[in-house]
Structure formats: structure tokens, C-alpha cells
Design a protein around this ligand. Structure first.
Ligand SMILES: Cc1cc2nc3c(=O)[nH]c(=O)nc-3n(C[C@H](O)[C@H](O)[C@H](O)COP(=O)(O)O)c2cc1C
Length: 362
């Protein structure tokens, strides 16, 4: 019996954000006391090396935690111990901010979905950095991504990404520039080609300076929305390649509301994630894969709730996958379920390593 799955019932009696806060608190205590969900199932079939200009990002399995669960990098070690191959923390903004008024997080249980309009609530770069410093030089350090964003009131939003990169350089395994949250008004406008070129140009220049000064390089990813047109997806792929970024995460939450939604909460404003996002985000991924034509690593996120879903993302072109919402409904046991199922599916297809399946259905 999966105890953590049993714990979901009482958790779901709480308001969604309170349940999340209680979960983070429990995981934080578990991190200290060496308790909590635990998996050391890391089959060689799922080990993945992501090559980038400055070296290799090695993950012990290709299933990662998507951003937004651990906004302040409180529990990356707990989530890594629970079985994720990599853990993306954030979005962190330079200054702390409260985010939107509550309620701002909704479980659409009938749809196995979530709507959030959190609005980048986070404690800011200094607290985030102090948490990452705990893992410096530790052999057990998780593969940890810093997802960086801009403050709502920033006069120069692009400068906020530069600030994030500079402050966290050397403290995280990789970076993600998040320009696709629907909950910071105007943020997604950064996905337009002209803005994107300027932002990625600034990120690339900052990176080159940091590499020169520190001698270290880290992969930088860009995270896009699933609501972009084919042309905008193509622009994002080309701009990411042109500015030497290392991967594209497809995708963030959607502002669409598929007609299939059954929950009364479907009309809440915000980004929709979970099962109903799967089709949209996978088709965006497929489009990105076609345009990239082998020139760019892709990371698939959006509605993954099973091994079949993760495998579909990989076959659509993802080298790594990430998930968040399905944890709300299935608990941490899902992580190993997905990994076991992925290995079975690989073998059934006569393959020996996950990389052989990447893009096989594109
Ligand atoms: C409550 C919540 C908060 C989120 N916050 C962030 C965030 O701060 N930054 C970000 O890049 N993505 C954020 N996301 C998006 C997820 O990282 C992911 O891209 C999206 O939810 C799709 O994956 P899923 O269907 O497995 O949840 C958030 C998602 C949820 C549900």
C-alpha cells in the first residue's frame, strides 16, 4: 500500500494552497530527519546526458519535477530522493513578491487538472540562493534547475533575468528562463520574436561574461507556452538556437479551456495544467521537434500522468520530461511507476535506451 497516496485524501480536504504548504512543510522536515518518499530506482535505460557547449548535464533518470512546486528551493533534496532525476525550483524573481490574492490555486478533480494564478509568489533571489548554498560541494546534491523570472513591477523585465543568472551562477546545475507564465501581465509578450531576440541576446552576453570570469558554464533553457502559433514556436526554436541556449521546455500552463473540462472551477482565471493540457502541449512539442530537426534538445512537460504519457512526449521529441500536476492526484509513487513503465515500453519496442525513442513518432 502506498502510504503517500493514502495521505492524499486528507490533504484534498484542505484548500489547495494550504495542502501544498503542508506538503512542503512535511517534505522539509523529512529532508532534515531523513524521512519521506524514497526511491533509488534509476535504470540505466533512463540515464541521460544532455550535451551542451560547456559540458554535459548528467541526469540519473529522464523524469524531472517541473517548476512551481518548489518555488523557493526548500525541498529539492527531498524531491530528488523521491525519485526525480532532476528538480526544477522557482520561478524565482529578484525581489520577493506576494503574488496574486488568494484563492489562486484550484484543483479540478474531475479533470485531473489544476488551475493556478499564483503570480510568481516567492521569497526572492537572496533566500533562493541561500537555500542552494546548502548543496555546494555535497556528493548527494540533487540535479537542480533554477527557473528564473521577472518581478511584476520591474521597470526592466529583461534585466531581471540577467540579475537571476548572475546571482545564481555556480549554485544550480542549469537555468530556465521562464517567459511563459500567464499570471504576470505582459510577461508572455517576451515570446514575440523581437523581444525574444533581445532577451536571449542579453542572456547570452551575460553567460559569456560569467563563463569568462568564473571558468564555469551551465546549460540554459527557455520555457514556452503551449498557446503559441506554429510560427511563434518556430521563432522560439530558431531564437534559442541562434543565441546558443541549450534546450526548450515545452510547455508551461495554458490559458485555453478545452471543452472537455467538467469541473465547475474551469472558469477560474489562470494557467491550466494536468491531463487536459497533454494534447496541446504535446502537439506544441511535436512542432518544435520538426523545426529543430535535431539542432536543439527538447524537454516535454504538460499533462504527464503515466508512463504512456511520458513515452508519448519522448516519442514526440523530448529528451527529458517534467511533471507537476499529476503528483496532486497520484502522489510521489507515480515517479517510479512512470520510470518502470517507460523501461517496459522501451523493451517492448526492442530498444535499450530512452534516447533511441526520442522523436520516433514525430
Ligand atoms: C501550481 C503551479 C505553479 C506553477 N508555477 C510555475 C512557475 O513558477 N514557473 C514555471 O515555469 N512553471 C510553473 N508551473 C508550470 C509547470 O512547471 C508545468 O510547466 C505545467 O504545470 C505543465 O505540467 P503538468 O501538467 O505536469 O503540471 C506551475 C504549475 C502549477 C500547477
Amino acid at each position: 500500500m502506498d502510504l503517500y497516496r493514502l495521505a492524499l485524501k486528507p490533504l484534498h480536504l484542505l484548500e489547495a494552497e494550504d495542502a501544498h504548504a503542508a506538503t512542503i512543510l512535511a517534505l522539509k522536515s523529512g529532508q532534515i530527519l531523513n524521512l519521506g518518499p524514497r526511491s533509488s530506482y534509476d535504470p540505466p535505460e533512463l540515464r541521460t546526458d544532455i550535451a551542451f557547449k560547456g559540458g554535459t548535464l548528467a541526469v540519473r533518470n529522464c523524469v524531472g519535477l517541473a517548476a512551481g512546486f518548489d518555488k523557493n528551493a526548500d525541498v529539492p533534496l527531498a524531491m530528488s530522493r523521491a525519485g526525480f532525476g532532476f528538480v526544477e525550483c522557482g520561478t524565482v524573481t529578484p525581489l520577493p513578491q506576494a503574488g496574486n490574492p488568494r484563492p489562486r490555486l484550484f484543483r479540478l478533480s474531475e479533470d485531473e487538472a489544476v488551475i493556478n494564478r499564483m503570480g510568481f509568489n516567492n521569497k526572492g533571489l537572496e533566500v533562493f540562493a541561500s537555500h542552494l548554498e546548502r548543496y555546494q560541494g555535497r556528493a548527494s546534491a540533487p540535479v537542480l534547475g533554477a527557473n528564473i523570472g521577472a518581478n511584476k513591477d520591474a521597470t526592466d523585465r529583461m534585466a531581471d533575468y540577467v540579475t537571476g543568472l548572475k546571482r545564481l551562477w555556480g549554485l544550480s546545475s542549469y537555468f530556465t528562463a521562464n517567459i511563459s507564465s500567464p499570471n504576470t501581465p505582459g510577461l508572455r509578450a517576451l515570446q514575440g520574436r523581437a523581444h525574444l531576440d533581445e532577451l536571449l541576446g542579453q542572456i547570452a552576453t551575460t553567460r559569456a561574461d560569467l563563463v569568462r570570469v568564473t571558468g564555469n558554464n551551465y546549460p540554459i533553457f527557455l520555457k514556452i507556452a503551449p498557446d503559441l502559433s506554429e510560427e511563434e514556436i518556430a521563432d522560439a526554436v530558431e531564437a534559442t538556437i541562434a543565441h546558443g541556449l541549450d534546450a526548450l521546455i515545452v510547455s508551461n500552463t495554458t490559458i485555453e479551456r478545452p471543452v472537455s473540462l467538467r469541473s465547475d472551477l474551469a472558469t477560474e482565471t489562470g494557467g491550466l495544467s494536468g491531463a487536459p493540457l497533454f494534447g496541446l502541449s504535446t502537439s506544441a512539442l511535436r512542432s518544435a521537434y520538426k523545426v529543430a530537426a535535431g539542432r536543439l534538445t527538447l524537454i516535454g512537460a504538460g499533462g504527464i500522468a503515466s508512463g504512456a504519457d511520458a513515452y508519448a512526449k519522448i516519442r514526440a521529441g523530448a529528451s527529458l520530461v517534467q511533471l507537476y500536476s499529476a503528483l496532486v492526484y497520484k502522489g510521489p509513487g507515480l515517479i517510479d511507476e512512470i520510470k518502470r513503465d517507460l523501461v517496459q515500453r522501451l523493451h517492448a519496442d526492442g530498444l535499450t535506451h530512452i534516447s533511441q525513442a526520442v522523436g520516433s513518432a514525430a
